[in-house]
Design a protein around this ligand. Structure first.
Ligand SMILES: [Zn+2]
Length: 449
């Protein structure tokens, strides 16, 4: 069953040509698709129509990609406010014939529903096929998927993308539905070659395999791991690649946007699917567009989406655009490493602190597992930071370890923190790594009185 969406955004090999199209052709395609999107949203999505009217704008004002800056930037909070004003689904979904709802994981309260039409679903699945193809997944691969199957979108769309490539998908889901030991037995006995999951769970599975007396590099046929939901830091990538003997690739996106960007085998930034998205990087204070190479907030527009389109949507991630050709041959521009999420920024004694910075430090220590929990307390008027970390067997007796970790954390963040060393397995259990979409690593108790 073919749809127009499948013709405009086909999976590989149909998408090869557009991925390497000249920049001028891509820009022309974006102009045409942007105009169509703006008209569609004006007619069918009250959320955008009302905001643009308030700003004195009409669809005719947006002729080219350059005109996008006339439109107001939309925040996560704007969507949440709209949801409260127009329950239960919000006016940002529009009046399209939607067939499926997924929702963002809602770190700060209720899930945020995002509708999808047949076309939306088909395009996002095809973009997943593109991603996986760029990362080396092919027909005949045995593809075990250990993401959570829930309101979270990536488990389902990654599954469909892999099927479109002709891989044999084993949808075991997360550890909450298929216990980790069973995941490991299936991976080994069914000859799994690609594992898709969060970095923390894929590393946890290496621990589980070792506990079962197996050697991840020797006893499995894995060649590739594909990630999303949690950013893949460089130390985590190295750990996954060394322990499993694979190539590990990251993908960037969200429930609101679908599947916008992916790493190719060069592992040097995320190619943006520019036939389906426009990405801007803006100054966090002024919201003025920044030239490539300058770091700011990532703002996305989904050209293809019918239901719940995002138009200048602030993803609250910090990164920079990368211009210039990639050795892989794709002409799609790239988004650089994600430097942290603006909504993950904590203020401690007036100093901004990103959990990602702590993670980068902890990953330098081979004595530690990757599990940690950051606990913020208030003692009198003073913020107190405690970092609980898990040690590999034997390492907890190393008298200098605590001091070395604390020193490096101080250098990296400018803040004094207390480190508590825990035995391997203690935190993974408390953090419920197996069942979560993303591991929750911050416990802010400062307002608990
Ligand atoms: Zn590339």
């Amino acid at each position: 069953m073919g749809t127009d969406a499948d013709k405009s955004y086909p999976p590989p090999p149909g998408s090869f040509r557009i991925e390497q199209a000249p920049r001028t052709e891509l820009q022309e395609l974006q102009n045409v698709r942007l105009k169509a999107l703006i008209r569609r949203a004006w007619e069918h999505v009250p959320f955008y129509r009302e905001r643009w009217k308030e700003a004195g704008l009409r669809p005719e004002d947006i002729e080219w990609v350059e005109d996008l800056t006339k439109l107001p930037v939309v925040s996560k909070k704007d969507l949440e406010d709209d949801l409260l004003a127009h329950p239960p689904f919000g006016s940002y979904q529009g009046d399209f014939p939607a067939i499926r709802v997924q929702a963002s994981s809602g770190t700060s309260g209720n899930p945020k529903p995002i509708f999808h039409t047949h076309s939306d679903w088909s395009v996002i699945s095809n973009f997943w096929a593109r991603r996986l193809h760029a990362q080396g997944v092919k027909e005949g691969d045995i593809f075990q998927l250990v993401f959570t199957y829930s309101l979270f979108i990536a488990g389902f769309t990654a599954t469909e993308g892999a099927m479109k490539l002709g891989a044999l998908v084993i949808p075991t889901g997360s550890g909450a539905v298929t216990p980790s030991e069973r995941q490991i037995r299936i991976a080994r006995e069914w000859g799994v070659t690609v594992l898709a999951g969060t970095p923390s769970y894929v590393l946890h599975l290496a621990d589980v395999a070792e506990k079962m007396g197996l050697k991840p590099r020797r006893d499995f046929r894995l060649r590739i791991t594909c990630h999303t939901a949690e950013a893949l830091s460089e130390p985590a990538r190295r750990a996954i690649e060394e322990r499993w003997g694979v190539m590990a690739y990251d993908n960037f996106g969200s429930v609101e946007t679908g599947a916008p960007a992916f790493e190719c085998v060069e592992k040097n930034g995320y190619h943006i699917n520019e036939d389906g998205y426009i990405f801007e990087v803006l100054d966090p204070e002024t919201f003025e567009p920044l030239p490539s190479g300058r770091e700011g907030i990532v703002v996305a527009t989904s050209l293809f989406k019918e239901a719940a389109p995002v138009i200048r949507y602030n993803m609250e991630d910090l990164s920079a655009l990368i211009e210039g050709p990639c050795p892989c041959g794709r002409t799609f521009r790239r988004l650089g490493k994600i430097k942290g999420r603006t909504n993950e920024m904590l203020k401690v004694r007036g100093v901004p602190l990103y959990p990602a910075a702590i993670e980068e430090v902890l990953e330098r220590f081979t004595e530690l597992t990757r599990e940690y929990l950051l606990i913020l307390n208030r003692v009198g008027q003073q913020d107190r930071v405690v970092v609980q970390v898990e040690c590999r067997p034997g390492a907890a007796n190393d008298a200098s370890l605590k001091e070395r970790v604390e020193r490096e954390l101080k250098v990296a963040t400018g803040l004094s923190m207390e480190t508590q060393l825990l035995a391997a397995g203690e935190l993974a259990r408390d953090l419920k790594i197996e069942g979560r979409i993303k591991a929750k690593r911050v416990w802010d108790r400062r307002n608990e009185g």
